[in-house]
Design a protein around this ligand. Structure first.
Ligand code: SAH
Ligand code: SF4
Length: 353
């Protein structure tokens, strides 16, 4: 028998269309989404406002997937890393970060990443495959299941494994379910997508969604950015910032520019001055991320004084500039440390039941 389509790979609209083609009223899509995402019912037979016969038909035609973590690691700072094994045996990670009464989930969009940024462990491992929309949405559902109060999960950031704009369709479909009121109901302003800088896709994202944009800039001149991020040869800084300028921003929203600070490479006051200058035409705020090291990396994090001096240059030029002390570094959950290496060890991981 052919594998049934996974209902979590549909959006409300595509499901309605799929049902209509089978002579079923499209409002059933809304009804089913609410059962799954609001009431957390994962079995068609329990959807009691649908006739028994119809429920049976749904069970035959569609499946409702879930992800259960095969491992959960807790950090001393309160963050948690979930390791998931996917149906083909590949593994991904998400990180849950508690912050004053609410939580943020950092989700993965691909297994591995093709972008090859020199400072990133995920990039080092190369690309394996895109995640399906269901595999992205299920990371959110699993984190909600883990929390005693699922409403405390308020923010989603696409900053885990992978380059979200390289898996454009999968990610945009997942965002639809994450932000749809009939599905996961996250406010658009509480969802942030971080990209390496695929300029044409930034335009598409602005057209197709209303989520926040974060851009991993990491250098203020092309020479330095070329050496750190191969994608800069295709979309150099001017092209990238021009796409950012066109990105539609609701009032009071800004684009976040992420800047991994690496000792001796991009951390001088002149770099900060140049950064301030090139971001001037934009509504920009800046997240400085001191480099998180991993085994075999040739880079180091700058000392505290250098980091603070860099921040001061930007603050003096009126940029909101946060130093993001990555959470979870003791469990390999900090920015750039995700690789899901434990899944490559056959037999050590218990199957989800
Ligand atoms: N591919 C996307 C999202 C995942 S990476 C992107 O590149 O934006 C999420 C963030 O982690 C990026 O801003 C990236 O610059 C940062 N990062 C990667 N490796 C890092 C490391 N070793 N230390 C600190 N930050 C890192
Ligand atoms: Fe991929 Fe982002 Fe890592 Fe670059 S920083 S290799 S784009 S995950």
């Amino acid at each position: 028998m052919a594998v049934q389509p996974d209902i979590k790979n549909f959006t409300e609209q595509t499901l309605a269309h799929w049902l209509e083609q089978r002579d079923i009223k499209p409002y059933r899509a809304t009804q089913i989404l609410k059962w799954i995402y609001h009431r957390k019912v994962y079995c068609f037979s329990e959807m009691t406002d649908i006739s028994k016969q119809r429920r049976q038909w749904f069970s035959q035609e569609l499946r409702i997937s879930r992800l259960k973590p095969v491992e959960v690691q807790s950090s001393s700072d309160g963050s948690k890393k979930f390791l998931f094994r996917l149906k083909d045996g590949q593994c991904i990670e998400s990180v849950l970060i508690p912050e004053r009464g609410h939580s943020t989930l950092c989700v993965s969009s691909q297994v591995g990443c093709a972008m090859g940024c020199k400072f990133c462990l995920t990039g080092r491992g190369g690309m394996v495959r895109d995640l399906e929309p269901a595999e992205i949405v299920n990371q959110v559902c699993a984190a909600q299941d883990d929390l005693s109060d699922p409403d405390r999960l308020t923010n989603i950031v696409f900053m885990g494994m992978g380059e979200p704009l390289a898996n454009y369709n999968g990610v945009v479909q997942a965002i639809d379910n994450i932000t749809n009121d009939r599905a996961l109901q996250f406010a658009n302003r509480r969802v942030t997508l971080s990209t390496v800088g695929l300029a044409p896709k930034i335009n598409d994202l602005g057209r197709d969604t209303k989520v926040n944009l974060a851009v991993s800039l990491n250098a203020a001149d092309n020479k330095t950015r070329d050496t750190l991020m191969p994608i800069n040869r295709t979309y150099p800084i001017e092209t990238l910032l021009s796409a950012c300028r066109k990105f539609p921003l609701p009032s009071r929203r800004m684009i976040t520019f992420e800047y991994v600070l690496i000792a001796g490479l991009n951390d001088k006051p002149e770099d900060a001055q140049r950064l301030a200058k090139i971001l001037r035409p934009l509504r920009a705020k800046i997240n400085l991320i001191p480099f998180n090291s991993f085994e075999g990396s040739p880079f180091a994090r700058p000392d505290e004084a250098t980091i603070l001096a860099f921040q001061k240059v930007l603050i003096d030029r009126h940029y909101t500039t946060i130093i993001r002390q990555s959470k979870g570094s003791d469990i390999g959950a900090a920015c750039g440390q995700l690789r899901a290496k434990s899944c490559s060890v056959d037999g050590l991981i218990k199957s989800p039941n």
